[in-house]
Design a protein around this ligand. Structure first.
Ligand SMILES: Nc1ncnc2c1ncn2[C@@H]1O[C@H](COP(=O)(O)OP(=O)(O)OP(=O)(O)O)[C@@H](O)[C@H]1O
Ligand SMILES: [Zn+2]
Length: 820
């Protein structure tokens, strides 16, 4: 009997949020839940995912349309992937399509192309009439277009543009097409292509034994030498593909002739693209230390048990967490299970990639943003056909279609990059924990500075806490000297580099060692403020301070790229004391060059790393010793392990403290601790100088002693007092509109609705509406409503009934990390 499939159609429209039913035709009777299919949807043909199958009723048989095609010859979604996708939509209040498509390379398995064709209802007679009418001048162009489409068949707009580029302007062409569509002479026709499919190549091999081949050639052929050589090569290599043939200078003609004679046969095989395939990696084989053994002693049994369990691995900087991950992954692989390793950013973490590659070779697949769609598809394909079992990638790699997942590692779990700031606004840690539950896998969350929420959960017993409290070989953590910049100023020292930092640097260079200097800003001097009236020059579109760029002496908005000239005087009070404020990397670079003319400086910030490989290149050149100083923004503080770095200078530790965000202290603590942790990782002691205007701040004090526990105890008290996460959970609702009053009234209306919906719920409050800290972005006004609750799932259920997330101009962010 025929069956019905419930299909989620993969179109990113938020107001369609349910599955649709289609008939499974007899020739696809074998397809099942989790398959990707192609279905008609309204006027269109789209990709869909089967999430359920049921029996057919008589009524369905006539009312429903059939599935038209399939995309793969296997079920793309395993059972736990389907469950994870369903959970994702529910938890983050996004549409089903938005969450299922996360598991597809490029988020879609098909590409659609709009074509224009003559409507079926148009008859020859009508065409003749139109031709007649076109003699009248006004309609000449119309008929030219009709005639062309009639002759050529369905065409793309770009093809029409090209054809008529000399005779009809683009805008009138579009007008004419619109009018012909209205008159129903033309109609739209969408054609779909399967995208990101396996790449195939033809492989040639002998179809008969060599003697037969040679005899046949000798008997029939004129161009014997080339043909005989081909047979010889085939005997040597067994089979050859076209690129190998090219290398051997054997022409396709020669091959074809022998195919025709039936001496050679051809086969299509899939080529799997792997951009790391030819690269060599090496790393010393390390025997786990006693501390690592002790931690692994808890993790490995859990992996062997094939049951869900999560660990928080808190290990000070340089304690050898990577080696723990490697041993854990080895255990999962020995069981034949797969592992996903998440890192904050591939470009900044090439060292961890190299270590895994050195340990596991081609069993590792690296997913990064530079992969083409096809390469991404192939990476996943290698996993499916068991050519590889370990995936390393940034947050989206958590959606890797691995069917037999045994372990998920999240390195530097505190990093904010694990949260996606566009729909679906998921946090990779939450997805990982959920996926691991469904697949009975182990999760390791690793960090020297775990997020306050994760550590709290671990103390509550949600994760098993395992610790590495010492660096490898008990190398001491570097001592931190705190310089109070207020004192410096009081003593008339206005330089960006304090004498203490200068001394540390000269000593470092005199020993041939290297330094990292961190500055949490970019630009020359970041913003421009009037010293008399305090006015700050802001972007007209985004309500955020414009950033000064010395390279082209202009001001630029980092949100919308708008440029402005630098004013001579304050636009508000007219004062001429409109001065550069703040310090940027370029200015620090200038100062360093003056102080240490011999030192070679590598600057790493968003300006110098816009090229594709520049992050990796700068870091690897620095690691090789081509530079003395690595200077830059946050990115210089992360993940690298360079033994010759013995000094770390932190120029201004306070910038993050001033952000309008309850996590400001946490961000500052973790940034300083991570940066300081880059120093002295080899056998030479490290040193850190930390400049600050807030030396009493508990975040800065505890970072200066690498003291996570103390930081956590102070921070968690504040969170409890203010009722912030982890004691509550937040949902941010942002209302967007180009019209300020409209945004305002809509926000007020939503608050009224929320009050009604959430009535009677304890420990739940509605804060706002208030303008977002960045109250305007790209000319769109933004108003926030913040929900704070201890009953997230109930609040989510009620919001889901309100269907807020399907409305236009509303962004819902569950567990937001950033409400700017
Ligand atoms: N068992 C071992 N024996 C010898 N050296 C080791 C061992 N394990 C790790 N190391 C070395 O210790 C150094 C620090 O390790 P790793 O980079 O993994 O630290 P980490 O804990 O990830 O630090 P961070 O959090 O600062 O990134 C590396 O150079 C690594 O090669
Ligand atoms: Zn702007």
């Amino acid at each position: 009997m025929k069956k019905i499939a419930q299909v989620i159609v993969n179109i990113p429209t938020r107001n369609i949020d349910k599955a649709f039913s289609y008939i499974i035709p007899d020739h696809y009777a074998y397809i099942d839940i989790g398959w990707r299919v192609i279905v008609p949807f309204g006027q269109r043909t789209v990709e869909g995912f089967i999430i359920n199958i049921s029996d057919i009723s008589e009524r369905d048989e006539t009312a429903l349309k059939p599935i038209t095609d399939i995309l793969d010859d296997f079920a793309w979604f395993g059972n736990h992937m389907l469950k994870t996708a369903e959970w994702l939509a529910e938890y983050y209040l996004t549409s089903l399509a938005e969450s299922y498509r996360m598991f597809i390379p490029g988020k879609a398995g098909v590409k659609t192309q709009e074509l224009y064709k003559i409507a079926d209802s148009v008859s020859e007679v009508q065409l003749a009439e139109l031709k007649e009418a076109s003699k009248d001048n006004d309609n000449k162009d119309n008929f030219k277009i009709i005639e062309h489409i009639y002759k050529k068949g369905p065409l793309k707009l770009s093809e029409l543009r090209k054809e008529f580029r000399h005779t009809i302007s683009d805008s009138s062409l579009e007008d004419i097409i619109k009018s012909l569509l209205r008159q129903k002479i033309l109609c739209k026709h969408s054609k779909i292509y399967k995208s990101g499919l396996p790449r195939l190549t033809t492989v040639y091999s002998l179809a008969v034994d060599a003697a037969t081949a040679i005899n046949t050639i000798n008997a029939t052929s004129k161009r014997k030498p080339a043909q005989l050589r081909l047979i010889e090569e085939l005997l040597k290599y067994n089979s050859l593909d076209s690129s190998q043939l090219r290398q051997l200078s054997i022409t396709l003609d020669t091959v074809k002739r022998l195919v025709k004679l039936g001496l050679i046969h051809t086969k299509q095989v899939q080529i799997i693209r792997d951009s790391y395939a030819d690269r060599e990696f090496s790393a010393p084989k390390l025997k786990p230390t006693q501390d690592q053994e002790q931690v692994l002693g808890q993790i490995i049994p859990a992996i062997l048990e094939k049951k869900f369990k999560s660990f928080l691995l808190r290990g000070v900087t340089g304690s050898g967490k990577t080696q723990v991950y490697i041993e854990a992954v080895r255990t999962a692989r020995n069981l034949g299970r797969q592992a996903i390793v998440l890192v904050p950013e591939i470009a900044l973490t090439s060292q961890i990639v190299s270590r895994f590659k050195a340990a596991f070779n081609n069993d590792v697949v690296v997913i990064h943003s530079r992969l083409s769609l096809g390469e991404r598809y192939d990476a996943w394909q290698r996993l499916r056909c068991n050519q590889a079992g370990i995936v390393i990638g940034a947050r989206s790699a958590i959606f890797t279609p691995a069917d037999n997942l045994g372990l998920i590692v999240i390195d530097e779990e505190h990093e904010f990059t694990y949260k996606q700031e566009e729909a679906p606004r998921y946090h990779a840690k939450e997805v990982a924990l959920t996926r691991a539950k469904f697949s009975e896998a182990v999760v390791i969350l690793g960090s020297a500075t775990p997020s306050v929420e994760t550590y709290f959960q671990a103390l509550q017993g949600e994760h098993s806490l395992v610790c590495l409290t010492r660096r490898i070989d008990s190398v001491p953590l570097p001592p931190v000297t705190v310089v109070d910049m207020r004192n410096e100023l009081a003593q008339g020292r206005r330089g960006v580099i304090s004498p203490a930092m200068q001394d540390m640097l000269s000593e470092t260079f005199s020993k041939g060692e290297q330094a990292v200097i961190l500055l949490n800003r970019r630009g020359y001097s970041t913003f421009i403020m009037c010293r008399e009236c305090g006015h700050v020059i802001k972007c007209h579109h985004c309500d955020i301070a414009m950033v000064y760029h010395a390279a082209n002496t202009s001001l630029r908005c980092h949100y919308c790229q708008e440029r402005q000239a630098i004013p001579d005087c304050c636009p508000v009070c007219g004062s001429r004391y409109i001065r550069y404020f703040g310090t940027g990397t370029q200015k620090v670079e200038e100062t360093l060059t003056q102080l240490f003319p011999q030192a070679k400086i590598a600057r790493m910030d968003q300006d110098t790393t816009s090229g594709k490989t520049s992050h990796e290149k700068i870091l690897s050149d620095f690691a090789k010793g081509s530079y003395d100083i690595l200077l830059g923004t946050q990115m210089v503080a992360k993940g690298h392990d360079i033994k010759n770095v013995t000094a770390v200078g932190i120029i201004s530790a306070d910038t993050a403290l001033n952000l309008p965000d309850f996590r400001a202290a946490e961000r500052t603590f973790s940034l300083i601790t991570q940066a300081a942790g880059r120093a002295g990782r080899g056998n030479r002691p490290g040193k850190v100088v930390l400049q600050t205007y807030n030396p009493e701040h508990f975040g800065i004090l505890s970072a200066s002693t690498h003291d996570y526990e103390t930081f956590f105890r102070s921070e968690i008290k504040l969170r409890e007092q203010l009722d912030y996460p982890p004691f509550t959970q937040l949902i941010n609702i942002c209302v967007l509109s180009k019209d300020n009053t409209e945004a305002d009234s809509q926000a007020k209306a939503i608050v009224a609705e929320l009050k009604c919906t959430l009535r009677g719920l304890n420990h739940t409050s509605i804060i706002g509406p208030f303008p977002a800290p960045i109250s305007k972005k790209k000319d769109v006004y933004r108003i926030n409503i913040l929900l704070k609750t201890r009953q997230l799932s109930e609040v989510r259920n009620r919001l889901s009934e309100l269907k807020l997330h399907t409305r236009k101009g509303i962004i819902i962010d569950v567990d937001p990390l950033n409400v700017l």
